[in-house]
Write a protein that binds this ligand. Structure first.
Ligand code: NAD
Ligand code: UDP
Length: 368
C-alpha cells in the first residue's frame, strides 16, 4: 500500500543517481515521487524502474523552476521530504554557460525550497559535490577542509549549500542533509539502469565502457606525470548503489532526528586511472586500448574522502569494490550499447502519455 509509505520527492529522479536512489528508497519502504523534465534523461528509465521494483512508478514531468508545479506535486503526494538531484553537472559546460548553470542549479534549489515551505515539507537532502573543495591541500578530505570551488559548477554547489545554511539559520524547523559526492560510477547489478551520457563522455568510467563496447577507439589517459604511485590521477570512485543507499540513510536520519548535516560520501580509497583500467580489464576480460595524453586543464592529482562522519552520523559506509563498479558498468554498457536509446528500448507503458488539463502545457504532469 503506497498510501501508508512516507512519500519522498526526487527532483531529477529519472537521472543517473536519482534512478538508483529510486530503487533503494523503494527497497527501504519509501514511496519515491519523481519530478523530472527529462532534459537529461529518457522515459525508458521509467519502464526499467517499474520492472526492478515491481510496482507502478510515480513520476511527474516538469521543471523544478516552476515553483507552483513543485508545490502542487508536494501537496498532492503528501511528501515528507525531498531529495534534490535536478540540475546541470558538466564542469566544462559551466565555464561556457555560467548563467544557465546558476539559473538551473541555484534557481532550481530556491524554487524547490519555496515550494517546500508552502507545502510545509521541511526535510531536504541536497546533491552537492566534492568539487566544492577545489584542489585540497590535505588528503583525505574532511568536511572541515576549506571549500575553494574552481568552476562555475562547483560555485553553484557551494552557493546552494550556503542558501541551505541561511534557511536553517532563519528557521530551525528545517532539516538539511548536504551530501558531497566523490566520484559516482557503476550501475545497478541488473544492468537495467545506469549512466547514459549524451555525446562523448567527459568522465572516465563511461568513456572506458564505450571503448570496451567498440563505440570509441581508445581512452586518452590525461597525464602520467602526477605525483601519484603510477603518475595518473587518483580519485575516490563510489558505486552508485552505495551512493543511493547513502541517500536512504540521509532521509532516514533527517526524518528520525532534528539534526542537519553535511557529509562526504565516498569509499575513503583512491584509485588511479591505470588502476581503473586494470579493474575494468579484469571485469570485461578484454584489453582496453589507451594512450597517454597531456594533463586535462583543471584536474587535480589526487583526492579521496574521509568518510568517518557519514559512518558516525548516518550509519552508512560503502561496501562495493572497484571490481564491482567495473563489472556493473560493463554489464549496463553491454546490455545497452546506446544507453536508453538502444534499439528495442522504446517505452512500452502507457504512462508516458502526459496527463492533460494541469494548468498549462509547461505544467503538465505525466503520472506513471
Ligand atoms: P543526471 O543529469 O543524470 O540527472 C539529473 C536529472 O535532472 C536528469 O534526469 C534531468 O533530466 C533532470 N533535470 C535537469 N534540470 C531539471 C529541471 N530544471 N527540472 C527538472 N528536472 C531537471 O545527473 P546525475 O549524475 O544523476 O546527478 C544528480 C545530481 O548529483 C546533480 O545535481 C549533480 O550535480 C550531482 N552530482 C553528480 C555527480 C556525478 O558524477 N554524476 C557528482 C557530484 C554531484
Ligand atoms: N580521465 C582520463 N581520461 C578521460 C576521462 C578522465 O584520463 O577520458 C581521468 C581524469 O584526468 C581524472 C580521472 O580520470 O584523473 C577521473 O576523471 P573524471 O572526469 O571521471 O572525474 P573528475 O576529474 O571530475 O574527478
Amino acid at each position: 500500500m503506497t498510501l501508508n509509505k512516507p512519500h519522498v520527492l526526487l527532483t531529477g529522479g529519472a537521472g543517473y543517481i536519482g534512478s538508483h536512489t529510486y530503487v533503494a528508497l523503494v527497497e527501504a519502504g519509501y514511496q519515491p515521487v519523481i519530478l523530472d523534465d527529462f532534459s537529461n534523461s529518457h522515459p525508458v528509465v521509467l519502464d526499467r524502474l517499474q520492472h526492478l521494483t515491481g510496482q507502478r512508478v510515480v513520476c511527474e514531468r516538469g521543471d523544478v523552476l516552476h515553483t507552483g508545479l513543485v508545490t502542487e506535486v508536494l501537496q498532492r503526494h503528501g511528501c515528507v521530504a525531498a531529495i534534490h538531484f535536478a540540475g546541470l553537472k558538466a564542469v566544462g559546460e559551466s565555464v561556457e554557460q555560467p548563467l544557465r548553470y546558476y539559473r538551473t542549479n541555484v534557481g532550481g534549489l530556491v524554487s524547490l525550497l519555496q515550494a517546500m515551505e508552502t507545502a510545509d515539507c521541511r526535510s531536504v537532502v541536497f546533491s552537492s559535490s566534492a568539487t566544492v573543495y577545489g584542489d585540497p591541500a590535505h588528503i583525505p578530505v574532511t568536511e572541515q577542509s576549506p571549500c575553494m570551488p574552481e568552476s562555475p559548477y562547483a560555485h553553484t554547489k557551494l552557493v546552494c549549500e550556503n542558501i541551505l545554511a541561511s534557511l536553517k539559520g532563519a528557521d530551525p524547523s528545517w532539516r538539511v542533509g548536504v551530501l558531497r559526492y566523490f566520484n559516482p560510477v557503476g550501475a545497478h547489478p541488473s544492468g537495467l539502469i545506469g549512466e547514459d551520457p549524451s555525446g562523448a563522455p567527459n568522465n572516465l568510467m563511461p568513456y572506458v565502457t564505450q571503448v570496451a563496447v567498440g563505440k570509441r577507439a581508445k581512452l586518452r589517459v590525461f597525464g602520467n606525470d602526477y605525483a601519484t604511485p603510477d603518475g595518473t590521477g587518483v580519485r575516490d570512485y563510489l558505486h552508485v548503489s552505495d551512493l543511493a543507499e547513502g541517500h536512504v540513510a540521509a532521509v532516514r536520519a533527517l526524518l528520525a532526528r532534528e539534526q542537519s548535516f553535511t557529509v562526504n560520501l565516498g569509499t575513503g580509497e583512491g584509485t588511479s586511472v591505470l588502476g581503473v583500467l586494470d579493474a575494468f580489464e579484469r571485469a570485461s576480460g578484454q584489453p582496453i586500448p589507451f594512450e597517454f595524453a597531456p594533463r586535462r586543464a583543471g584536474d587535480v592529482a589526487k583526492y579521496f574522502a574521509d568518510v568517518s562522519m557519514a559512518e558516525d552520523l548516518l550509519g552508512w559506509r560503502a561496501t562495493r569494490s572497484i571490481d564491482d563498479m567495473c563489472r556493473d558498468s560493463w554489464r549496463w554498457q553491454q546490455n545497452n550499447p546506446d544507453g536508453y536509446r538502444t534499439a528495442g528500448n522504446a517505452p512500452t507503458s502507457p504512462v508516458h502519455s502526459l496527463r492533460a488539463g494541469v494548468a498549462s502545457p509547461a505544467l503538465t504532469g505525466g503520472v506513471v
